[in-house]
Design a protein around this ligand. Sequence first.
Ligand SMILES: [Cu+2]
Length: 141
Amino acid sequence: MNPLRRTPSSKIWVPAMGFFLLAGVSLSSAQFLQEVHVTIEGYTFRTTQTPLQLNTETIIHIKNMDNVRHDFGSHMFLNTLTHVESNGVVTYGKGLEGVYIDPGQEASIRLILDHPGRFQFQCSIHKDMKGEILLLTVDAV
Ligand SMILES: [Cu+2]
């Protein structure tokens, strides 16, 4: 287990009616929104992203095209205020491990990443499913 995992029970199920909180968090201090699209199909993550920049509001859209539930989990959420929306249910906070996405459903995760690198994500249900998001160190066009 990862020693940084502070809140092991924080994985949420989307849509999880028992977990909904009002969207009271503003992440709008950044100048623009950068987007990442992740499609899950055939037990594979397919990521489409533009070059991403630090300290910029980022939204990750995840769509599950399969007919089984998948998980989108990542350490990138651990120390970052994260805002998850799915079917009108919004969850936010720090220390999120990931989100479960039911067949045919989608979720979006909004966050601001403040250190560069390759952010790996995976499905905890199907251990072979992995992907990554690349965050650049410099402003690139
Ligand atoms: Cu999966």
